[in-house]
Design a protein around this ligand. Sequence first.
Ligand code: R5P
Length: 292
Amino acid sequence: MADTEGLVEARNVKISGKSGAADFHIKGSSHLDWGMKNRMSRIIKADTGRTVMLAVDHGYFQGPTSGLEIMEDTLAPLLPHADCLMLTRGILRSSVPPGCETPIVMRVSGGQSVLTELSNETLTVSVDDCIRLNVSGMAFSIYVGATHEHQTLAAFADLIDAGYSAGIPVLAVTAVGRDMARDARYLSLSSRMAAEMGANIVKTYYCENFERVTGTCPVPIVMAGGKKIPELEALTMAYNAVTEGAVGVDMGRNIFQSDCPVGMIKAVHAVVHYNEKPQAALKIYQDEKKSS
Ligand code: R5P
């Protein structure tokens, strides 16, 4: 029995009006359970409500990728500047130190390669393994309007159920087939569908009239980076995305294929978290490049 001698009585507290359930900083997440909210907060930072996710999962369908040949070399200088890392379980186990404090969003869909039709994905990682790996989120590509639409959406629905059961948020990637338009009409359709099906975060492409996409999606949107473009263009796209309602970016090639990846991620960080203007952010990149 616990020693009760000298027990100090709890102080009287006047009614303060505080419920202990203050408003949550993430759109559409106020009614989630504590574990979900805690994991969401690791991904989307409470101080700014934004996130810079570094996507390095490209190998899951295209094998060795320019800039990602030796993952340890790419990741070591970038990790301190990434709010979150999106990758595969193979790379997590083989190439990321377990002491890593950067939250992980695990790529859990796949089953196709760059050599075949790009819409045929299914679940490739169990939620048990995600729990084992202590991930903060799970990323799954849905192919709305593509040949395997039904299959990807059905597997996505199963993942949402498993995610809620384990308390792990699901990020939907609105993948776009080769011949499909990346316009606001299509991207708002697929983003909204993902959210309606239960996605906690949606990753989608920037497009004209992006506010239609962010404004009609009840959960946070992160902007996908896409193919490598000049640094100023990528920073401008990120700036436009966050000022038009995205909570940040999930960017890969425009960071790790830059001639100064650390400069680029620092510049993206300034844009995303502090609304730095593209030209001023470009200077951050240029200064880092000069000094490295
Ligand atoms: C996109 O859906 C995949 O997850 C990619 O492998 C990756 O996230 C793309 O990143 P980025 O287009 O910025 O290189």
